[in-house]
Design a protein. Sequence first.
Length: 256
Amino acid sequence: MHGSWDDHSAWDAVAALLSPRWRVVAYDRRGHGGSTEPGGQGHISQDVADLHGVIEAIGQGPVHLVGHSYGACVALLYAARHPERLRSLCLHEPPLFGVLGESPAHAPLAQATKVAMARAAALIDNGEAALGARVFAEQVALTGQPWEEVMDARMRATWVANAATWLDQSRDPERLALSPELLAHSPLPVLLTQGDRSPEAFGPGVDRLAAATPHATRRTLAGAGHFPQLTHPQAFAHCLGDFLTPLSSSIGTPAP
């Protein structure tokens, strides 16, 4: 599951590294890449329904589900609603920014994130999608780097093309209401990954998720930030493989 702004191709390098061992399926979420965006305000529950349709269409399972950023939020909600369709869950830095407002210590992070996202939204609303995408990338998702250091020209163009979808997503009242305690009673094996160069705003949500999830394993990717599938694909694929291999070996055959 890809995150906001990008599309399935963000997984190309990681998928190539995993595909000798597992069947890897990536798709464009609604409003991204080759997938259309139905009219009206979108909701994360629609992304969950889309994911269920994809898994059903694959016709095999249960599956190992891997999600990045907003895609990790969709995957988290899917795991809570359809645990029988999953064998495991891997999440990289779901933006559970709602928890930032619950602690005075995180108030500066909450305010800075809110201001940057509002600025990106205003720019897109005013027809400046490219600048809005840059603002979000550099002020929310990265830690002081120009986005050119993380994303190639094709990926930056994808972000700009998907700006309207992010704007719609940013107005979804369901989006920031996800609870880190969704899997508090889940038996699913869960891998939570973080980069040690990621923006601080992602940390508190992952901390709460790790504390509340009984079968969570946590890994930090050295030198990586919020986009390890782009910047550190080998390390990310190795981390995923280490987690998935014993789960697959326990039943003798790889999972899709």
